[in-house]
Design a protein around this ligand. Structure first.
Ligand code: DAH
Length: 346
């Protein structure tokens, strides 16, 4: 039996139907009707049993199937393009609609001040260190010349994890860590970080606050070096004409110890509410590193000397930006943070 005519007729019929189809749905139906497992073209394969020249039959079958497949593919692409063009026509973008506006955030003034302080000291050749906030008694007190039962511990009443482990009450603890690591070599570091004390919170006190510790150890370091350093810091931080005044004080880890005041940048020393009429504002504690501290950390006090200072970060920020309450730094009130958007970050 010769199936050539049957294939020819079947192909013509398919191609005609395909050319008439006017939607993707019609084309899918045609694909099923002719090419699916039980489709008309596929079923033709059953006749292969009846023919002798199976090779010729196979070739006719394949040729027929291929023409129909190709015609379908072309038509499907055409219909898809038509649909895309129609969709694009429908989906007009209204460029007059208002866009989404994104709010620009700003750094918390607390971190702005830390960055400023770091920049100033890095500019003077200091490197920036960090240390643990939970630390051993040894580093927070003992190596800083504050032995057990020393009354100076009362001034820094703090939060203990156990008898030996506590939240550091000052960043001075980092001094001991840095000296331990430096093994007798010169040191020139600052360390900004959080500190903790068992304090009742009010406008000027917080159980958590931050300090920047400074430590310089080398040969021939003297009190004049400390004063020049702090004066340069104050001039850069507050204003060019800021003066620095030392008042004698006591810290167990320094000898002599000083309380450092700066001339009031608000009234230029005349007296105003900010400086409580005195013309001076206290900003930090400092001194020459105590010989016992040097000795305990492996430095010979006959050869090496050093100075150290501790600056209250929030206090500096409060003075510089006129912030009235230390608790504002930790309350995450966006209105407060946004106030500092315009403060120049230089
Ligand atoms: N650790 C002191 C405090 O928390 C501040 C301080 C004073 C640090 C004198 C120093 C220093 O390094 O020399 O009150």
């Amino acid at each position: 039996m010769d199936y050539a005519l049957d294939f020819e007729n079947l192909k013509t019929k398919c191609l005609e139907e395909i050319s008439k189809a006017s939607s993707l749905k019609d084309l899918t139906e045609l694909k099923n009707k002719y090419l699916a497992k039980k489709g008309e073209i596929s079923l033709m394969m059953n006749h292969i049993r009846e023919v002798e020249d199976k090779k010729a039959f196979g070739e006719m079958y394949n040729a027929c199937r291929k023409s129909v497949e190709e015609a379908l593919d072309i038509k499907i692409k055409e219909e898809e393009n038509k649909k895309l063009i129609e969709d694009l026509k429908k989906e007009k973008i209204d460029i007059t609609l208002p866009g989404n506006s994104y709010q620009r955030g700003s750094a918390n003034p607390f971190y702005k001040i830390i960055n400023e302080i770091e920049d100033i000291f890095v500019g003077m050749g200091y490197s920036v260190e960090t240390g643990p906030e939970v630390d051993y008694d040894k580093y927070v007190f003992e190596l800083l010349n504050i032995p057990h039962d020393h009354p100076a511990r009362d001034m820094q009443d703090t939060l203990y994890i156990d008898n030996n482990l506590l939240l550091r009450s000052h960043t001075s603890s980092v001094q001991a860590h840095v000296m331990e690591k430096a093994k007798g070599q010169p040191i020139k570091i600052i360390c900004p970080g959080k500190t903790y004390r068992r304090d009742d919170d009010d406008m000027t006190h917080s159980h958590q606050f931050a300090q920047v510790e400074g430590l310089v150890i080398d040969k021939n370091i003297n009190l004049g070096n400390l004063k020049a350093t702090l004066e340069l810091f104050a001039k850069k931080m507050f204003s060019k004409d800021t003066k620095v005044r030392f008042r004698s004080s006591f810290f167990p880890f320094t000898e002599p110890s000083v309380e450092v005041d700066i001339s009031c940048f608000n009234c230029k020393g005349k007296g105003c509410p900010l400086c409580k009429g005195s013309g001076w504002i206290e900003i930090l504690g400092a001194g020459m590193v105590h010989p016992n501290v040097l000795k305990m950390s492996g430095y010979d006090p006959e050869v090496y000397s050093g100075f150290a200072f501790g600056i209250g970060i929030e206090r500096v920020a409060m003075l510089k930006y006129g912030i009235d309450d230390i608790r504002r730094f930790y309350q995450n009130d966006l209105r407060f943070i946004k106030e500092f958007k315009k403060v120049k970050e230089d």
